[in-house]
Ligand binder design. Structure first.
Ligand code: PMP
Length: 444
């Protein structure tokens, strides 16, 4: 539909260059303008209600109108609306949040460094790794291995870590020091007759071959999401993380867990690393840290990373890195209150309680003739459709539109429809979500 002249849609598209958007299509159609939120729902400017089946961008754990977060922000805003954390300065919200994250961490961590987005955090993690390599007198140990279909952000470094064509094509990326290894999507990438265990062994072997081909003395770190999100909700097969970590240990390669989506309950544990037995040296989190009410991300590092970095900062005079808004007091206050709510309301328990129903209703969708696969862990899942001959992504795009008409916001990743609802969702609302999904699927 062409936006009405002078409508908010028309004014928006006249002024606003949207991220992740086909700009010409948006010029013709306008954007869906969201006005307010309530629990798992958002409402557009015409008053139409949608179930936010993606929790925004995999991120609004506590729902879209949590008054305690508003109060926490207002209180901090009136006390100290801004201060920075550079040059040996600090403030209470950042200190308390760093302590809290160290206490919650799935493995022993030493320090927390704050940034403002997942991309900045991963970019920073990469810089920390280079800085550390120089500190240790291993200036050649700088390559990072990431995975095809992994998603780590869009800055020059983090987009390089991302393993998706749309983030590389026409941007002259990835950077040459980033290498990509195979994606653990068993159903899509297993060879004929290959068992899950054989598939896992092949992926671990391919990783080892890559390390040997590059030279183990040149490979510094491996980065991965416990569950791949934006690459298509790809859930690793049994034994995958154990096999990968065994290879990394053998060649003294650090592990970065990108918990930007999985962190704070999504997979049924506080961290995806716990769900999959990962022992990261660096853990990156964001999104559900503040329920995305304010931008914030955090990088947790262990002593293997922190100690050489601290030595180097003394040697050259400073750790010359940091963002103006790093550890922002208002964002930190909101994060603290958000984490308190996640704990007090036992939202991780809610994820565990509802996961079987979520999985069962996805499995029912997978009986549709166009379905290729359905999968989930905790409250993150997807329905993957068989692609249409010669038009990969067409069915996904069509279905996401039908879902929107039915009042359900999902995200089409090619022909995969992702679901990642707010962690406060109830059992009845899971039914409501899937009833809408079934109605849209019936129209396909
Ligand atoms: N890592 C992961 C796993 C993500 O899902 C995302 C965002 N979808 C990012 C990093 C990048 O975060 P941001 O968009 O805040 O830069």
């Amino acid at each position: 539909m062409t936006p009405r002249p002078n409508s908010l849609e028309a004014r928006d598209i006249a002024a606003h260059l949207h991220p992740y958007t086909n700009q010409r299509k948006a010029e013709a159609e306008g954007a869906l303008m969201i006005e307010r939120g309530e629990g798992i729902y958002v409402f557009d400017t015409n008053g139409k209600r949608y179930i936010e089946g993606m929790a925004g961008l995999w991120s609004v754990a506590v729902g879209f109108n949590e008054p305690r977060l508003v109060e926490a922000a207002a209180k901090q805003m009136s006390k100290l609306p801004y201060y920075h954390t550079f040059t040996q300065k600090g403030h209470e919200p950042a200190t308390l949040l760093a302590e809290k994250l160290l206490e919650m961490a799935p493995v022993k961590m030493s320090k927390v460094h704050f940034t403002n987005s997942g991309s900045e955090a991963n970019d920073t993690a990469m810089k920390m790794i280079w800085y550390r390599a120089n500190a240790l007198g291993q200036p050649e140990k700088k390559k990072i291995i990431a995975r095809i279909k992994g998603y780590h952000g869009v800055t020059i470094a983090s987009a390089s870590l991302t393993g998706l064509p749309n983030n590389h094509r026409s941007f002259d990326l990835p950077l040459p020091m980033v290498k990509h290894t195979l994606c653990p999507h068993y159903k899509a990438f297993a060879e004929a007759g290959e068992t899950e265990a054989q598939f896992v062994a092949r992926l671990a072997k391919e990783l080892e071959d890559l390390i040997l081909a590059e030279g183990p003395e040149t490979v510094a770190a491996f980065i991965g999401e416990p569950v791949m999100g934006a690459g298509g909700v790809i859930i690793p097969p049994e034994g995958y993380w154990a096999a990968i970590q065994a290879v990394l240990k053998k060649y003294d390669i650090l592990l970065i867990a990108d918990e930007v989506i999985c962190g704070f309950g999504r997979t049924g544990n506080m961290f995806g690393s716990t769900t999959y037995g990962m022992e990261p040296d660096i853990l990156v989190c964001s999104k559900q840290l503040t329920s995305s009410y304010l931008p914030m991300s955090a990088i947790l590092v262990n002593d293997r990373v922190y100690q050489p970095l601290a030595d180097e900062s003394q040697k050259i005079g400073t750790f010359g890195h940091g963002f103006t808004a790093a550890g922002h007091p208002v964002a930190a206050a909101v994060a603290l209150e958000n984490l308190k709510i996640i704990e007090e309301r036992d939202l991780v328990g809610n994820v565990r309680a509802l996961a079987p129903k979520f999985a069962a209703r996805l499995a029912k969708l997978a009986q549709h003739e166009l379905a290729f696969d359905a999968r989930s862990v905790g409250l993150i899942g997807c329905l993957e459709l068989k692609p249409q001959e010669g038009a990969v992504g067409a069915r996904g795009a069509k279905l996401v539109g039908l879902l929107q008409e039915q009042g359900l916001i999902s995200r089409a990743i090619g022909d995969t429809l992702a679901l990642c609802p707010p962690l406060v969702i109830t059992e009845a609302q899971i039914d409501e979500l899937f009833d809408a999904f079934e109605a849209a699927l019936a129209q396909m």
